[in-house]
Design a binder for this molecule. Sequence first.
Ligand SMILES: [Zn+2]
Length: 520
Amino acid sequence: MRHHLLAVTTLALAALPLAAQTAADPNGDLPPIGDPSPPPDGAPPHLKLIDRDDLRRHAYWLADDARNGRYTGSAGQRATAEYVADRFKALGLKPIGDKRGFLQHYPLESVGLGPDTSLAFGDVEVTAGFAVLPHGDDDKINLRGKFTWCGNGAGDDLPSLRGRIPVVALHGLGGGRALGNRVQALQRFTAIARKLADRDAAAGVVCLLDDDSVYGDTLTTGALQPDHPMLQFGNGRGGGGGARVPLFVVNHEHGRALLAHLGVEIDPERGPGETATVDDATGALTIVVTRDKKASATNVVAVLNGTSKKREAVVISAHHDHVGGRLDGDAFNGADDNASGTAGLLEIAEAFAKGGPRPARSIVFLSVSGEELGLWGSRWFADNPAWPLDRIVADVNIDMIGRAGGSDEHPEMQVTPSHEHAMYSSMVREAVGLGDRFGIRFTSGDTYYRRSDHFNFAEKGIPVVFFCDGEHPDYHQVTDTPDKLRYAAMESIARLAFWTGWNVANDKQKPKVLGKQAAW
Ligand SMILES: [Zn+2]
């Protein structure tokens, strides 16, 4: 039977419209989200191709655990860039990346972990679910021998740790996840490393007994994980290091197994006991840290050539990277940030490519990475444009369009630069007006004016408009998942972004910066 299925599947696939071929169809077993809304009167016919089912299909693929939070340069981000490039190719868009491809590479320096980095004890080998706080960018640690239990690593009576593998356990820091606490957590790690170094340790193992803590957060952004190096934009010297001796920090699952291996009791209230009953427990710790001066990451860029004004272009942009995975293996799925905008960009590209006549000006579709790390991808594009900067008339940027406030009939969104901003332009004014056609209500998003990729275009004096839904409780949390996105509102917002780009691409005049105005 099965083989036949494959034959049937292949046949069936060929018959389906382009969109469906892109990603496995999660819609089959997801709650209904209603039929696509009829476009507003007078809307370009293209709008019909921007529909919530395809938006959901893309968002679920992009925000799947398998992408592991799409950290820049990681396997998940590279797969995402390929996904976007395949999509652009399937739409017949012209590649304008490096070497006439869809990918534009930008240089990075990375400090990362060698594949041998691991901890072994008993029949356990830890090769994931850990992070390393390095000493330098070329640490080479190879310890085989006895573990030594060091409690919470703060004691003054630690024995000599020469040739030993010291083990420390950390209980929750408490006090929430505020920045102050993150600094405190980092100081705690640094103090442990100093204490161990003072007793001649070459390195240490730290057991986190609570992954969902500020310790875990600190490591997600400030330490090295497999497939999650510390990165530096361009050729600057940066990335990690600084602990007196490298610390190998394991998540609670591995931590509990290691403490059991040492015979250390863990009291749910008071945490780990003072003593380790197994005094000859042994294991092996390998830490390899390497610096790659020639690392790089990728943007994806393509163009739909216009007609009468095709030398000029409108850029439609959205970042596709996010912050990666957490120590307990849970991914920061980044469904709203920014699988929603990337899904929107893909649907907008389909509408321009397949939905009707071409616009007068060309449309550049730009899917960048490095946004979460400092707007790196768009900065590289703005400094090394794949389309002459002086012929880019505007940038329409979408980042977090899946969690609008209000109702499906009246989504509430933010837009910047607002009328209270010096870079307010005729394009933003028109976009806010178009928003009414979808029932979208806008408030000022000037708080975010510097916090997404349009900013690098604005810095070049190019008129920009940025649509976003603002921060919400799942922002940069593992709970930012695709089941929470509001696909009906997302459909309206993506259609508005298309229509804004369409009007700018056809207007006789280029958008003009109006400066601060009394009203929208
Ligand atoms: Zn974002």
